[in-house]
Design a binder for this molecule. Structure first.
Ligand code: GLU
Length: 607
């Protein structure tokens, strides 16, 4: 997608800051541009991400003897350079790790947290919710970043290399630059207006006041320096000291251009919040599905419980034999039901009594599955059930509509030669996060707190996702690892896409496990996304197909969504081989790589 370029192109870099730094420290010769393919198979480990520079960073680490955790951190750090609008050290995410030696799955919850002074009225003014777009580009939306602490925790527990060594490929990319591609330009263009409200953001991402030109080199020397500081001092440098002070100041007094007229509301994130930030280590969610175990993120993400409940609902139907229409019908209805329960029951478990175990029980899923009819469609918003008191065909209480979440984030999947696997989804929430860059530091701050409900949908019904002090907003991120009955990996995957993450992961899993699609085809398959709404979103491949009319015939209603998600995954093959898979087309295609490619990607069938 974006490659380091030949040095002659670097003269095209136009930002004054970039040029002066470039002149002071001439960049080393750029590495050979990595090729971009959506599927690769071979030995020595595998990396799949949305970007070839980032996948190459992970492969470089694996080749140098690093393990999957090391490679995941290197890949994530590189994505912070080449996908700065999707992820970075100003954001958070969820890291799921399979440890080959113990054959167990572990997670790191590196979700951003609300300031310790936040309460349920965080996004209310005069008792009314602030307009969503105004909240997004404000200090109010910024949660305490969790990504640096996630890297440190994962490396301390399971890594084998020093952070400094793992940041090297990313530092190189930030300093020497990468080639701007149409996606990067389009994402910048979509943000241009609000980026201009914040002069530091405009200076960084609109070099010379203009949109980055496709084919030009984009450098971020500020980020290179910030990464080097983390390499020298450890990631604690982001949570205490100068950098922490800069972050707190930026949130408290967003550096907005007064002439822009933008009301950049301040947030109350303090150095105390940064110093107090801790990741959570917690058990993964687990669902048995057709003899396999599906591990994912437990709350504060709703990913594991919602994908898991839907799988349990689907398990009673043999999807391998169903017609395509029946398969899609069942998948849509299972998603609808699982989203009804997600809205009512899932929030940050440190603040809410979340029935995680009950949501994942087969008994509960069976009680909900009986709502599904073959020749009719459930009505949304569908009321939730009560997982603690499963009642046959039960619904109860008031329906909670699914609120909007951003649709940009990034997911990477890594496996190493020892058989360890990482599925890691990270984000700054919207494309471009809050739009606020920490001056001189080269990264955007997240707007993750807008994932909270601004106000309860129904004042009479408890909303588990209202803001609170130090609380984590509910996520949909679903980094997932599937194990066989011997606790050995089968497949691992995940996707960006806000609440559509859940349906993308569910559809890709069923495509691969039930429908017999090779992983790359399961990822490429046109998507449908039903999130307890009157209409189901369809990508063009389904919207324009005969299946639409067939499904409308039994009562489905659809609307077009041009593109849903951007998944990546890895699959374990026999003989120590791995297959990496990414998007073929979405977001310009993703990047799958292995350390030592096999000539023929064989055994690409699912199981
Ligand atoms: N903020 C969303 C979540 O945590 C992710 C946003 C996205 O995927 O773009 O679920």
């Amino acid at each position: 997608m974006r490659r380091p370029v030949a040095r002659k192109l670097s003269v095209l870099a136009v930002s004054a800051a970039v040029v002066s730094v470039g002149a002071a420290a001439p960049p080393a010769a750029p590495p050979t541009p990595p090729g971009k393919v959506p599927v690769a198979a071979g030995w020595g480990g595998a990396v799949a991400s949305v970007d070839p520079d980032a996948s190459a960073a992970g492969i470089e680490v694996l080749r140098n003897g690093g393990n999957a955790v090391d490679a995941a951190v290197a890949t994530a750090a590189a994505l912070g350079v080449t996908e700065p609008y999707s992820a970075g050290i100003g954001g958070g995410g969820y890291f799921v790790y399979y440890d080959a030696r113990s054959r167990t799955v572990h997670t790191v919850d590196g979700r951003e947290t609300a300031p310790l002074t936040a309460d349920s009225g965080l996004f209310l003014e005069n008792g009314k919710p602030i307009p969503f777009a105004e909240a997004v580009s404000s200090g109010l939306a910024v949660g305490t970043p969790g990504t640096p602490a996630t890297w440190r925790t994962a490396l301390d527990k399971w890594g084998s290399k020093r952070l400094g060594a793992l940041l090297k490929p990313a530092v190189r990319l930030a300093r020497d630059g990468f080639t701007v591609d149409p996606t990067f330009r389009a994402q910048t263009a979509a943000n241009e207006t609000r980026f201009r409200h914040f002069p530091d953001t405009a200076e960084l991402f609109l070099p010379d006041g203009k949109l980055p030109v496709v084919g030009s080199t984009f450098k971020n020397p500020d980020l290179a320096r910030t990464y080097e500081e983390l390499a020298r001092k450890g990631v604690g440098a982001l949570y205490r000291g100068d950098l922490a002070e800069d972050i707190a100041d930026t949130v408290n007094k967003p550096p907005v251009d007064p002439a822009s007229g933008w009301n950049a509301r301040p947030g109350d994130l303090s150095e105390k919040d940064l110093a107090a930030y801790r990741v959570r280590l917690q058990a993964p969610s687990r669902t048995s599905y057709r003899g396999l175990d599906v591990y994912s993120m437990a709350p504060s993400s709703s990913g594991g419980t919602t994908v898991g409940e839907a799988l349990n609902i689907l398990e009673r139907t043999d999807l391998s034999k169903a017609s395509q229409a029946r398969y899609l019908h069942r998948y849509i209805e299972a998603s609808r039901i699982a989203f009804a329960d997600r809205g009512r029951w899932v929030g940050d478990p440190a603040f809410e009594d979340v029935p995680t175990k009950e949501l994942l029980s087969q008994r509960y899923a069976d009680s909900r599955a009986c709502l599904i009819k073959d020749d009719a469609v459930l009505t949304s918003p569908l009321a939730p059930g009560d997982p603690r008191r499963p009642a046959a065909c039960g619904t109860g209480g008031t329906a909670v509509p699914t609120t909007y979440e951003g649709e940009d984030t990034t997911h990477l999947t890594v496996a190493d030669k020892w058989g360890n696997v990482v599925a890691y989804t990270l984000t700054i929430e919207q494309t471009g996060g809050s739009g606020i860059t920490v001056p001189g530091r080269g990264f955007l701050l997240n707007n993750e707190l807008t994932d909270f409900s601004f106000a309860p949908a129904d004042p009479a019904v408890h909303d588990p996702n209202l803001p609170g002090p130090g609380k984590r907003p509910r996520s949909s991120m679903s980094p997932t690892i599937v194990l066989d009955r011997h606790d050995r990996p089968v497949v691992a995957l995940g996707s960006p896409g806000g609440s559509t993450i859940i349906t993308t992961v569910l559809q890709t899993l069923t495509g691969f496990l039930d429908r017999g699609l090779p992983l790359v085809d399961a990822i490429a398959a046109p998507r449908a996304s039903q999130r307890n709404a009157a209409q189901t979103e369809l990508e063009p491949g389904l919207y324009d197909s005969a299946l639409r009319a067939e499904l409308e015939g039994i009562g489905h209603s659809f609307r077009l969504n041009p593109e849903i998600g951007a998944a990546t995954g890895v699959q374990r093959l026999p003989g120590g081989k791995w297959l990496a898979a990414a998007e073929t087309v979405r977001r310009g295609g993703g990047s799958a790589m292995v350390v030592r490619p096999a000539f023929q990607p064989e055994a690409m069938s699912p199981r």
